[in-house]
Design a protein around this ligand. Structure first.
Ligand SMILES: Cc1ncc(C[n+]2csc(CCOP(=O)(O)OP(=O)(O)O)c2C)c(N)n1
Ligand SMILES: [Mg+2]
Length: 468
C-alpha cells in the first residue's frame, strides 16, 4: 500500500506537468517541435505519437486546414470553420418541429403519390410477406409452448415484423448481423430453418449452443448472424469493431446492429456511435424505438426528439422511418447500405414502432400500460396487414393464399416443435466444453462436483440429459 502511495505522489506532479505542457502546446497551434531530423507542427506531432490508424480522409482534411485562419469573422477550428456571432444564444435543446418520419405506405397499404421510393419486385415482396407471416406464426406457437411449460422463456417480435424482415431483405448475406434479441426475423429471411429455431429454444443436441444459452439466443455462422446478446447495448460497439475490420479488408459489405430505445441509454451506444463516426466505418445502427424498455416508457428514457437526433451529435448521418411500413424500411436500409459501403460511413436509423407483445414471457405489460394503447397498435398499425393490403392491391395475393400459408406454417411449426422436444439433450460434458482449449483446474473440479452431486441425488437430476 505504502509503495503505491509513494509511487502515486511521484507520478502525479509529472502528470500535472505533462498536462500543463500539452495545454500550452494546444494554445500555440503554430508551435514547432523537433523529432529526429523532422520538424513537426503540433497536430502532426500528435499524429506522429498516436497509434497507427487505418486511413481516414476527414482527419487529414482537418490537419490541412489548421493554419489557414485569415478571416477574423471565423475561427478555423479542427473540423471546419466556425462563424463568430455577437448574439449570446444557446443551441435549443430541441427543434420546435420534430424530425419527420419517412413513410411509403399509409395505414391502408396505399403508397404515397409523392414518395420517391424504389419499387420492390413481386418475388421480393412475396418473400417479405411470407417471412413476416412466418415470424408472426412462430411467435404465436413458441409463446404458447412456453405457456404450456415446454420451453423456459420466449421473446416475441409482434408489431415489429416489418423492421425484422424488410431490413433483412434490403441487406446482402455478406453483411454481418449483430443483433439484440427481438430480431429473429432477420434469421428467418436468411434461411435459418424452423427446426433450427425449435432446437435452440428446446436446447437439444442440435442447438449450436448445446443448450448453454436461454431460448431465443440464436446465432449462426452460416447465416453471418452473431449470437444474440441480451446484455443491453453490448453488441453495438462489437458491430463497430467488425465494420472497422471490413473497412480494412475493403469488403463490399457492412455490419448491421439492432437495438431498442432502452439500449440508447447505455454508454455502449454512445461510445459506439462516436467510434464509428471517427473511424468512418461501414456500419448501420438500427434502433427499434418501440416505445418501451420493459416497463420504462420512452418519456422516462430521454428528453431529446427520440433517437434520430443523437446521430447528428456524433457526426453520424441519420434518418427516422416508419418501422411498421415494410416498404419504407426496405428503401431506407437499402439506401443506408449503399452509403455505408460506398462512402465508408456509419448510418443511424430510428424506426418508430411499438412492442405489441409483453416484454418477454417473464413480463405482464398490463401492469404498466393501458390495454387500449396496445390494441390500437395491434389492430390499426399492424405492419403485416398493411403490407398485405399493398400486395393484394397489386393482385399478388388472395384470401385463399392467405389461409393456405397460415395453415401450412402452423403445421410445419408444430412438427418442428414436436421433433425438437423429442430430440436428445446435450450431454453433461457439453456444459464444460468450447471455451478453453485446455480446461483450467477449477472447471475440472466443478465437473467432478456436478457428477458427484448427480450420483448422490439422482432424483433431482433430469433424466433426459445424457451423462456422457
Ligand atoms: C446491461 C443490461 N441492463 C439491464 C438489462 C435488463 N433488461 C433486459 S431487456 C431490458 C429493456 C431493453 O429495452 P429496449 O432496449 O428498448 O429493447 P426492447 O426490449 O424494447 O426491444 C432491460 C433493461 C439487461 N439485459 N442488460
Ligand atoms: Mg424498447
Amino acid at each position: 500500500m505504502a509503495f503505491h502511495v509513494r509511487k502515486a505522489t511521484k507520478i502525479i506532479p509529472h502528470f500535472r506537468n505533462g498536462m500543463r505542457l500539452l495545454g500550452s502546446l494546444r494554445e500555440s497551434p503554430f508551435a514547432v517541435h523537433k523529432i529526429g531530423n523532422r520538424v513537426l507542427g503540433f497536430e502532426n506531432m500528435l499524429n506522429h505519437l498516436s497509434a497507427h490508424r487505418f486511413k481516414s480522409t476527414e482527419v487529414e482534411k482537418q490537419i490541412d486546414s489548421v493554419n489557414d485562419d485569415r478571416d477574423n469573422q471565423v475561427l478555423n477550428f479542427p473540423g471546419g470553420k466556425v462563424k463568430f456571432t455577437p448574439q449570446l444564444s444557446f443551441v435549443p435543446e430541441r427543434e420546435e418541429e420534430r424530425i419527420p418520419c419517412f413513410r411509403v405506405l399509409d395505414d391502408n397499404g396505399q403508397p404515397s403519390m409523392y414518395s420517391n421510393f424504389t419499387q420492390v419486385s413481386k418475388e421480393i415482396a412475396m418473400k417479405m410477406y411470407n417471412d413476416m407471416v412466418t415470424l408472426q406464426t412462430m411467435d404465436t406457437i413458441f409463446y404458447e409452448a412456453q405457456r404450456q411449460g415446454r420451453i423456459s422463456f420466449y421473446v416475441t417480435s409482434i408489431g415489429e415484423e416489418a423492421i425484422n424482415i424488410a431490413s433483412a431483405a434490403a441487406l446482402s448475406l455478406d453483411d454481418l448481423i449483430v443483433p439484440q434479441y427481438r430480431e429473429a426475423g432477420v434469421l428467418v429471411w436468411r434461411g435459418f430453418t424452423l427446426k433450427e429455431f425449435a432446437s435452440q429454444c428446446f436446447g437439444n443436441k442440435y442447438d449450436y449452443c448445446k443448450g448453454r444459452q436461454m431460448p431465443v439466443h440464436y446465432g449462426s455462422k452460416r447465416h453471418n448472424y452473431f449470437t444474440v446478446a441480451s446484455t443491453i447495448a453490448s453488441q453495438i460497439p462489437h458491430a463497430v469493431g467488425a465494420a472497422y475490420s471490413m473497412k480494412m479488408e475493403k469488403r463490399d459489405a457492412c455490419a448491421v446492429t439492432y437495438f431498442g430505445d432502452g439500449g440508447t441509454s447505455e454508454g455502449d451506444f454512445h461510445a459506439a456511435l462516436n467510434f464509428a463516426a471517427v473511424l468512418e466505418v461501414p456500419v448501420i445502427f438500427i434502433c427499434r424505438n418501440n416505445g418501451w424498455a420493459i416497463s420504462t416508457p420512452i418519456s422516462d428514457q430521454f428528453r431529446s426528439d427520440g433517437v434520430v437526433v443523437k446521430g447528428r451529435a456524433y457526426g453520424v448521418r441519420s434518418i427516422r422511418v416508419d418501422g411498421n411500413d415494410a416498404l419504407a424500411v426496405y428503401n431506407t436500409v437499402q439506401a443506408a447500405r449503399k452509403m455505408a459501403i460506398q462512402e465508408r460511413r456509419p448510418i443511424l436509423i430510428e424506426a418508430l414502432t411499438y412492442r405489441v407483445g409483453h416484454h418477454t414471457t417473464s413480463d405482464d405489460s398490463t401492469r404498466y400500460r393501458p390495454v387500449e394503447e396496445v390494441e390500437w397498435w395491434r389492430v390499426a398499425k399492424d405492419p403485416v396487414s398493411r403490407f398485405r393490403k399493398w400486395i393484394e392491391s397489386n393482385g399478388w395475393w388472395s384470401d385463399e393464399a392467405e389461409a393456405e400459408l397460415r395453415s401450412s406454417l402452423r403445421k410445419q411449426l408444430l412438427e418442428a416443435i414436436q421433433l425438437a422436444e423429442r430430440s436428445e439433450k446435450p450431454t453433461v460434458a457439453d456444459a464444460f466444453t468450447d471455451v478453453y482449449d485446455v480446461p483450467p483446474s477449477n472447471l475440472d473440479e466443478q465437473e467432478r462436483w456436478l457428477r458427484k452431486t448427480i450420483k448422490t441425488h439422482p432424483q433431482d437430476y433430469p433424466s433426459d440429459f445424457p451423462l456422457f
